[in-house]
Design a protein around this ligand. Structure first.
Ligand code: PBG
Length: 333
């Protein structure tokens, strides 16, 4: 019996373009390739190396292992890594002095990776939390509040130090007001015209960063002190657009939205409004959730991860920081 005509049916049948892989592949609107993935990597030394309990499959790597990992990632088509140092407790101070130490593990790691795999883009987080004894991203004033302008003074020097070590991209993740401008200015003055700034522009005060704080050992130090006085309220999106506008005005080349999956609407608004390169960070808590459900057999890991990543792309992210970068690159090969 011929189909009963109602509206545009049966002349229009959307299932026609879904019926077989060949046509689904042809009408696919969004693509995911390894070059769009950025692998975050934790760097450590001595006894601090090893597995991260809340992030199964993620290791704190020593310098030698870091270089081998970077070579493997590049061979898989990944074009950039984001480095995060693990600092021994005895090197942490209230002012995070280790952030400005030219011999720090971070500085040595940047130089070693740029020498071993020069074509691989290296991204350095700029913030004080790996180095402060209180775990905050900046320094505190007499009243114990995170001091915005005093923090910016240190952050700009930290960014300059990493640029001098040869880093390709500095990524301020601290959410101080005005830090992108501070950093851009000091980079220009020191003739680092080509050093990019990827700003964590819309970074939310999220509970999904817990496993990361375990990995770098800042969580316990932070204790009950949260980051709500500088990271954004998860309830806001107009404010995210203001953050992005300011960072672009101050010289950001790439703006990031973080976390990823619960914030797809923010990614979309930023992309639509500004049309600039947008990064999304699928954070440690998102990784931990997907890993835990997969380990229990409740999710098909490969399918769920690739779906989450394509959704971040569909929402408007040009590039994605994800702890699944290496696995995804292998799955996509
Ligand atoms: C440090 C920083 C954090 C993350 C990236 N850089 C943690 C925080 O702000 O407390 C989180 C990354 C993740 O959870 O994967 N400023």
């Amino acid at each position: 019996m011929p189909a009963l005509a109602t509206g545009s049916y049966p002349s229009t049948r959307l299932r026609r373009t879904r019926q077989a892989a060949y046509i689904r592949d042809m009408v696919r609107e969004t693509r995911l390739v390894p070059a769009q993935l950025i692998q975050p990597l934790f760097v450590a030394e001595g006894g601090l190396c090893g597995a991260v309990a809340s992030m199964p499959g993620v290791m704190r790597l020593d310098l030698e292992a870091l270089l081998r990992k970077c070579e493997a990632l590049y061979a898989l088509g990944i074009r950039a890594v984001a480095l995060f140092p693990v600092t021994p407790a005895e090197r942490k101070t209230p002012d995070g002095d280790e952030a400005l130490n030219p011999e720090s593990l971070m500085c040595r790691a940047i130089k070693a990776v740029k020498q071993a795999v020069p074509q691989l883009g290296v991204i350095a987080d700029v913030a004080l939390d790996p180095y402060t004894s209180h775990g905050q991203d900046g320094v505190l004033d007499a009243a114990g509040r995170v001091d915005n302008d005093a923090s910016c003074e240190i952050l700009r020097r930290q960014a300059l130090l990493y640029a001098r070590c040869g880093v390709d991209i500095v990524a301020p993740s601290d959410m101080m007001d005005g830090r992108v401008g501070h950093i851009r200015q000091v980079l220009e003055r020191d003739r680092h015209h080509d050093t990019l700034v990827m700003s964590y522009a819309a970074k939310y005060a999220s509970s999904f960063y817990g496993p990361f704080r375990d990995a770098v050992g800042s969580g316990a130090n932070l204790g009950k002190g949260g980051k709500d006085s500088y990271q954004m309220d998860p309830a806001n999106t107009d404010e995210a657009l203001r953050e992005v506008a300011l960072d672009l005005d101050e010289g950001a080349d790439i703006v990031m939205v973080k976390p990823g999956l619960p914030y797809l609407d923010v990614i979309r608004r930023v992309k639509d409004r500004f049309g600039v390169p947008v990064a999304a960070y699928q954070v440690s808590g998102e990784y931990a959730m997907l890993k835990a459900a997969s380990a229990n057999g409740w999710l098909d890991e490969k399918k769920a991860v690739l779906e989450a990543l394509i959704c971040l792309r569909r929402a408007g992210a040009d590039m994605i920081l994800t702890y699944f970068a290496e696995d995804a690159a292998q799955w996509l090969a």
